[in-house]
Design a protein around this ligand. Structure first.
Ligand code: UN1
Length: 510
């Protein structure tokens, strides 16, 4: 039985019929691998998820490819109309879908609503883009010749996404991929299968209503083996993967081995520089949202705070006060700001990192404890640690509300600290000094894909290209010209003369 979004309105309850329906989605999924499903809010098991197998993936790729062959013939603005209808449907289901994100990912409602809003915003962008899939006309060196560049649909786009944005990151990829004339196969995180199921259901309903090929949106549920099957499939023209650097390294190598394309959005290890002229009240709010929002589980979450030595004492006394006032607990309660971590593994790595930091000379300013009093679920105190300097343990991303503070004395030193880690996703500076802001954004400044001024590291708008450098994988998704990732470029040389001159003046008389 397909999942009905109305079912989701029953607060906190995942009816087992929904879960059974999930296992039967696309009806011929074999239950060869299984996973217990539970909400991080209470860790109570609500059913089991059936995994797709190799054959299911092949079947889904073939069905997607068949749909793509038809879809690429639709004029792009007509494809845009389908995306417009998807946006309307998502808007109608916004509350219900956000509720499901709260249940499955443990986000607070406002952030879950924001995530659904990102899907709607991306639809807007894709609808406009549908009339702007433009190429170039280039001057030819030859008499009565012309050079053109056209952009064509790519084929089947595989999307592998993470638990922390169970809807938005897929939506960025899927809406642009669709409007560009592709079919999509989605392998969501096995931790958030219901969000994926509901999102796909919304899309399928619209495709059906608008007589678009139903095979355009395929869902394959399961663990990394399902992802692997997708990654290795020659027919998947582009694999867009979001997740850890380790996962991205594997995906990149396997896709490269078959000379396919990949688009990677991997780990971040984001820093914020707090300069002497910063407006401190504003900066502190930005720091807290970036470090503890989504329980520190965004790829853009703030991990490292680089504070000018003149502000260090004040920051180290004010931030713990704010941290102590944050309400931690059930994300369904309206005043909660921090929900649970996704699972016990996340909690364990946070604990280990805190111990390691204290052994390395870190001073615990706030937090450090698992929450007792919240009965079940992996609830933690957001944690602040002051480090004497940036040490090796800060080079790795810990996906938790754990913030390290280090001091600096001049801006170039702060920029060097920002750039010293392997990842290069997001970065920020708080300053009122124009020169400092410009330097931070310049070629000798932050080496990250996102470099913000008086704005925290997380919470990017969809209009800009989103992604990062170095170990973050180099991909750009969402706005700006990211649509080009989902298309292939055809360069056309046209001769409208009566002769056949060769380029570079070559003579080849026959
Ligand atoms: C992610 O965590 O994978 O900029 C994406 C942000 C969000 C997207 C985060 N708009 O924080």
């Amino acid at each position: 039985k397909p999942l009905q979004l109305n079912d989701l309105r029953r607060d906190g309850v995942w009816a087992s019929s929904i879960i059974n329906g999930l296992a039967n989605f696309h009806s011929d999924f074999h239950l060869h691998g299984q996973r217990e499903l539970s909400s991080p809010i209470d860790c109570v098991s609500h059913g089991r998820l059936g995994f797709a197998n190799q054959q299911d993936v092949e079947y889904a790729v073939a069905a997607a490819h068949a749909a793509f062959r038809e879809w690429r013939l639709w004029p792009a603005p007509k494809r845009g109309q389908v995306i417009k209808a998807i946006a309307e449907s998502v808007t109608q289901h916004k509350q219900a879908l956000a509720r499901l994100i709260v249940l499955e990912a443990g986000k607070i409602e406002s952030e879950a609503l924001g995530e659904v809003q990102e899907w709607i915003d991306l639809c807007d962008l894709a609808v406009g883009q549908s009339r702007q899939l433009h190429g170039l006309v280039i001057a030819s060196e030859r008499f009565e010749h012309q050079l053109l560049e056209q952009w064509h649909p790519l084929g089947v786009v595989g999307v592998i996404s993470a638990f922390n944005f169970p809807v938005a990151v897929w939506a960025w990829n899927a809406m642009l991929a669709l409007v560009c004339g592709n079919a999509v196969i989605w392998k969501p995180s096995e931790k958030t299968p219901l969000c994926a199921h509901a999102s796909v259901q919304i899309v399928l309903d619209v495709l059906k209503r608008m007589d678009a090929p139903l095979g355009l949106m395929q869902l394959v549920q399961g663990d990394h083996q399902v992802g692997q099957a997708l990654v290795k499939n020659q027919k998947v023209a582009l694999v867009s993967a979001t997740g850890s650097c380790r996962m991205g390294q594997q995906v990149a190598q396997q896709v490269a081995a078959r000379l396919g394309r990949s688009l990677l959005e991997l780990g971040g290890n984001n820093a914020l520089i707090l300069a002497p002229s910063a407006r401190l009240d504003m900066a502190l709010r930005a720091i807290v949202f970036a470090a503890v929002g989504t329980c520190g589980q965004r790829c853009t979450s703030l991990r490292r705070l680089i504070v000018h030595e003149s502000l260090l004492d004040e920051v180290c006394s004010r931030l713990p006060q704010i941290y102590a006032s944050l309400k931690i607990g059930d994300p369904r309660e309206p005043d909660t700001l921090l929900g649970p971590l996704i699972d016990g593994i996340a909690l364990q790595s946070m604990k280990e990192k805190i111990e390691e930091a204290i052994l390395a000379g870190g001073i615990l300013l706030s937090g450090g404890q698992v929450i007792v009093g919240v009965p079940v679920g992996h609830y933690v105190q957001p944690t602040l640690i002051r480090m004497p300097m940036q040490t090796a343990l800060m080079y790795e991303e810990t996906f938790a509300p754990l913030l390290f503070i280090v001091p600096y004395s001049n801006l170039m030193e702060a920029i060097a600290i920002n750039n010293a880690v392997p990842q290069g996703l997001s970065s920020a500076i708080f300053t009122q000094d124009q020169r400092e802001a410009e330097l931070f954004m310049s070629a000798v400044g932050s080496d990250c894909g996102l470099a913000n001024v008086n704005v925290g590291t997380s919470g990017a708008e969809i209009g800009g290209a989103f992604g990062g450098e170095k170990a973050t994988g180099g991909g750009r998704e969402s706005g700006s010209d990211a649509w080009k990732n989902y298309m292939r470029r055809s360069t056309n040389t046209i001769n409208y003369s009566q002769t056949l001159p060769l380029a570079q003046g070559v003579n080849f008389d026959v």
